[in-house]
Design a protein around this ligand. Structure first.
Ligand code: NDP
Length: 322
């Protein structure tokens, strides 16, 4: 099998293509022949060593493909099933042995590229909108990087939930995309002060919730954009990690809430995983949720994919194909 291997953390050049024997599925595992791999920001954090993984490792944690074999006791899938996943590490490869309980069925009319593209970003937007701070009519929300992969799915789901959706994005083209995806308003936070704009757009009140995946560059103004008892949902750090926070900031802002959620804790049980993935993949299959796949690269060009994602120029999902 082919795989990308990282021997030591660093820049995109540390990702090397290697040939290795395909793994045997162990107890409870399925061996999947991978057809499409999702590229995510977390892959960059892991490659750089910001999030540490034991070395050497094959990164990637999202994909779709076909089950080639099942190990002892793996009852959730069978050979020939089309499956998708988000979470199990080792997807920058042609094959991966994955706990069968972490695989979900791909609807028959959905191709593997769409399934791979939707799993992580789609389920993330879904849990943030439905569970972390459940949006409903009357809520005003601020979504940073609203033209990004998670962002565009987020705008669609938040709009559908009935909330007032304010996005931020870098540059006029991205502002346009975020509005097309469902944001009522979108602030170009490269040229405008988003805190002042949020106050203006909410009649001075601020929003009920900020979903912030940008981190270092935005978190302080995000807190200040909240109304009393509002919630800052810090779910990423595309601009870098935030410093340790003084809890007094939360009282000063008016009994604010802060949470730092991760997808894995919102798909804890197989039931929750299958339900959440089914909701997202089903919506895409029906055309209710629009995916934007920006570009597919051959697996050996993972370096270019990482450079593009980090460049801030993408407005949709990047994929690798083994
Ligand atoms: P995006 O497509 O959103 O790309 C990142 C975007 O962040 C950029 O396009 C850019 O948009 C914005 N950005 C702002 N500052 C920077 C910077 N300094 N460097 C690079 N980008 C910057 O990526 P994804 O949709 O894949 O992921 C979005 C975020 O969600 C990531 O932070 C990721 O880690 C997080 N995430 C969290 C999960 C969780 O469960 N906690 C799960 C999945 C993703 P602009 O130009 O408009 O500012």
């Amino acid at each position: 099998m082919k795989a990308i291997r990282i021997e030591s953390p660093g820049g995109p050049e540390v990702m090397k293509l290697v040939e290795a024997p395909a793994p045997q599925p162990g107890a409870g595992q399925a061996l999947v022949r991978i057809e499409a791999i999702g590229v995510n920001f977390i892959d960059i954090y892991q490659r750089m060593g910001v999030y540490k993984l034991p070395l050497p490792f094959t990164q990637g944690q999202e994909g779709a493909g076909v089950v080639e074999a099942v190990g002892p006791g793996a009852t959730e899938v069978k050979t020939g099933d089309r499956v998708a996943w988000a979470g199990p590490i080792g997807s920058y490869a042609s094959h991966q042995a994955i706990p069968a309980a972490r695989l979900v069925p791909v609807p028959s009319r959905l191709d593997s590229k769409s399934a791979a593209a939707a799993m992580l970003q789609g389920m993330t937007a879904h849990y943030l909108v439905t569970d972390t701070f459940p949006l409903r009519p009357g809520h005003a929300c601020l979504i940073h990087a609203a033209a990004g992969g998670v962002g565009q799915l987020f705008c669609q789901l938040a709009r559908r939930a009935g909330a007032q959706v304010i996005g931020t994005a870098g540059g006029p083209e991205k502002v346009k995309l975020a509005k097309e995806a469902g944001a009522h308003e979108c602030i170009d936070y490269r040229s405008q002060d988003f805190e002042a704009e949020v106050k203006r757009l909410t009649g001075g009140a601020g929003v009920h919730v900020v979903y912030d995946s940008v981190g270092k560059d935005t978190w302080e103004k995000s807190l200040k954009s909240l109304r009393p008892r509002g919630m800052l949902v810090l779910f990423g750090q595309s601009s870098g990690p935030i410093p340790p926070i003084d809890a007094q900031l939360l009282s000063g802002g008016g009994s604010l809430y802060l949470t730092r959620p991760t997808l894995q804790t919102y798909v804890l049980t197989r039931d929750e995983l299958v339900t959440r993935a089914g909701a997202v993949l089903g919506a895409i299959e029906r055309g209710d949720l629009k995916l934007r796949i920006e570009k597919s690269f051959p697996l050996e060009n993972a370096k270019e994919a990482h450079e593009l994602l980090a460049s801030r120029k993408t407005t949709g999902k990047l994929l690798l194909v083994p």
